[in-house]
Every structure is written in structure tokens, then in C-alpha cells.
Ligand binder design. Structure first.
Ligand SMILES: [Cu+2]
Length: 263
């Protein structure tokens, strides 16, 4: 099983990550691999000390107890300080990576409003006012039966605005090594630039309810021309303006309960 994990020459795969497909992903990948290497180094030292003690001081034919060491001040200071040092180093690299991963683009090339709703995703492409794209505001929505596709242009930055009309979901594209919770009443957003053309998986990463498992989507990273063409196809289908998800999806959950009681 362990060897099967090494069947790729991409070190990210050895540590259980999919290959990185965004400008932010390598920062997450390096932090992930670095943390595992640090944990392995600590593990190897600890296992070596453990087995050495077990073998060296195993019970012999005489019942003599080995010399007991206690109140050894330098040793105690050493094993108090070392964990702080390890945590400090991990903290330092976590902050550096986090700053890169959550960095905001000053002027993202595209803005997409994502609605996570029970039990699928709606993508609103906010291109109506974008002078660089010949398109209007269009949308694509999935349902529990239909897996929606999110189309992105390669090497152009995107801002995702996340909203939910019902419960907490989580917007996750594993190949981007990043996910962000979609919380009702909270304007969560993040910026990312896809760097690889191809088809990737998307999922809801928050156990949000009965049909959580249906909340999957596809991500197609394409060229700028194909992206514009796709937006025009959506417009031709009449999917213009803004979609909030299912009929009641733009009504907050508590309001919907009130409405249901009133009826
Ligand atoms: Cu969900």
C-alpha cells in the first residue's frame, strides 16, 4: 500500500495530495509536505530512542533495576524547549503560507458568485461590466440530479464570492488545495488563479445534510476564448441575470420557516 503511493514522480502525490492546479496550491503543498517531513523526523528520533531503551534495558536474568535518572535539570529544560521550538517553526511557515494562499488580488480578472444550496451549486458569472470579456451576467445551476460545471479561464485571476441561503456548505476544489466555508449571512470570498487546463473535481466539504454527497461539481479550466464562448452559450440558453439557487434559495432560512407557518 505504501509503495503504491510512490508510483508517481510528483512528491505531492507521495503525501496524499492531488497535483496542484492553481497559483496558491504550491504554497499549501509545501506546507503540507514540510509538516509531514518534520513529523517524520520527530517520529524517527522518538522510535529510535524507544527501541533503544526497550532493547538496552530489557529485563535480564538478574532482576537488577537500571539506574533511575530524575531531577536532571538540563535534560528537563531540553525537552521543554524543543517542542516550543518545533511549534515555533511550524507556526512561522504556516503564517508565511497563509499570507500567500489568502492574498487578495487588487483587481481580479473575473468575479464569480457561488451559491451553495441544498443540494447543489449555482455559479453566477459577473461579466456584464467586465470590459475584457464580451459577455453579460450569466449563470449555471445544478440540481440534485444534474451535476453543474464551473468553467474558468486559465492563468486569469478569479474572485469567488460565496453565499448560502440555507445551511453551511464548503466550496472545495481539491486540485486548488483550498476550500472555504459557505456560511448563510456571511460574505466569504477568496481569490485564485487556475494554472492548468483540464477537468477537475469539486465538492462540498461540509457535512451539510441528507444529500450532501450530491453536492459535487466539475471544474473545467479552459482558454480565454473557450471561456467567452461558454458564457455566450449560457446567454443563448436564456440563463442571463442572477440566479440564487432554487425558488426559495434567496430567502433566509428563518424567514422561510415563518412563511411556511403562515401558510
Ligand atoms: Cu453542502
Amino acid at each position: 500500500m505504501v509503495l503504491a503511493g510512490c508510483s508517481s514522480d510528483n512528491p505531492e502525490h507521495w503525501f496524499g495530495l492531488p497535483g496542484s492546479a492553481s497559483d496558491r496550491a504550491p504554497h499549501m503543498g509545501n506546507l503540507w509536505i514540510g509538516a509531514w517531513v518534520a513529523a517524520l523526523a520527530v517520529g524517527v528520533i522518538m522510535w529510535a530512542l524507544m527501541f533503544w531503551a526497550v532493547i538496552r534495558y530489557r529485563r535480564r536474568h538478574d532482576d537488577e533495576v537500571p539506574r533511575q535518572t530524575r531531577y536532571h535539570l538540563p535534560l528537563e529544560i531540553f525537552y521543554t524547549l524543543v517542542p516550543f521550538l518545533i511549534i515555533g517553526v511550524l507556526f512561522y511557515f504556516t503564517v508565511l503560507s497563509q499570507n500567500e494562499i489568502t492574498r487578495e488580488e487588487e483587481n481580479p480578472d473575473h468575479v464569480i458568485d457561488v451559491v451553495g444550496q441544498k443540494w447543489s451549486w449555482t455559479f453566477n458569472y459577473r461579466e456584464g461590466d467586465n470590459p475584457d470579456v464580451d459577455a453579460e451576467d450569466v449563470w449555471e445551476a445544478g440540481t440534485i440530479e444534474k451535476v453543474p460545471t464551473l468553467v474558468l479561464p486559465v492563468n486569469e485571476s478569479v474572485r469567488f464570492n460565496l453565499s448560502s441561503p440555507d445551511v453551511i456548505h464548503s466550496f472545495w476544489i481539491p486540485a486548488f488545495h483550498y476550500k472555504l466555508d459557505v456560511i448563510p449571512g456571511r460574505a466569504n470570498y477568496f481569490d485564485v488563479t487556475p494554472t492548468e487546463v483540464g477537468t477537475f473535481a469539486g465538492k462540498c466539504a461540509e457535512l451539510c445534510g441528507t444529500y450532501h454527497s450530491a453536492m459535487i461539481f466539475n471544474v473545467e479550466v479552459v482558454t480565454a476564448e473557450e471561456y467567452e464562448q461558454y458564457l455566450q452559450e449560457l446567454a443563448a440558453k436564456g440563463q442571463t441575470g442572477t440566479a440564487h439557487g432554487p425558488q426559495t434559495a434567496d430567502v433566509p432560512t428563518n424567514k422561510r420557516a415563518e412563511q411556511a407557518e403562515g401558510n
